[in-house]
Design a binder for this molecule. Structure first.
Ligand code: IDP
Ligand code: MG
Length: 150
């Protein structure tokens, strides 16, 4: 089953939107298999966002993501990477579709509340950065039968 990394960024924590965002993921039926509050340090931020090194927003992004505790979570399910990305909405809240987390709660590309891995390959790497194997739980839920009918 596919897994993906979700981060609730400092703006989600500071604005009191953690519950709202987690609730949206949960209500959709997505399954949370790991979750914790952490305070990212500069080294972890730079590794997590390494792909953006050299871009004009990189330093600001690292400053921002290390400015407050965040929530890190692993979501598991069929097509979890895309399901989470579509629930989040486009990177820039200004063009995200209404009904997505970023469109409904954010205004600015640099303060867009949530991170979700953009591919299965990156999800595997990102999950390893944030979670040990024993922090990720293998469990079943009764509601999974209702969500897919199988
Ligand atoms: P994503 O979060 O939707 O995957 P990425 O392109 O991977 O978007 O960018 C990572 C994060 O960097 C974004 O979520 C956003 O917070 C920030 N970012 C991306 N592009 C810009 C920009 O042009 N200005 C400021 N911040 C940006
Ligand atoms: Mg990205």
């Amino acid at each position: 089953m596919q897994q993906t990394l979700v981060l609730l960024k400092p703006d989600a924590v500071q604005r009191g939107l953690m519950g709202e965002i987690i609730s949206r993921l949960e209500r959709r039926g997505l399954k949370i298999v790991a979750m914790k509050m952490i305070w990212m340090d500069e080294a972890l931020a730079k590794r997590h966002y390494a792909i953006h090194e050299g871009k004009p927003f990189f330093a600001g992004l690292v400053d921002f993501i290390t400015s407050s505790p965040i929530i890190a979570a692993v979501i598991e399910g069929e097509n979890a990477v895309e399901m989470v990305r579509r629930t989040m909405g486009e990177t820039d809240p200004a063009i995200a579709n209404p009904g997505t987390i970023r469109a409904d709660f954010a205004l600015d590309i640099g303060r867009n509340l949530i991170h979700g891995s953009d591919s299965e390959e990156n999800a595997v790497k990102e999950i390893e950065l944030f979670f040990s194997k024993k922090e990720i739980f293998d469990y079943s839920r009764d509601i999974d039968k209702c969500l897919t009918g199988s």
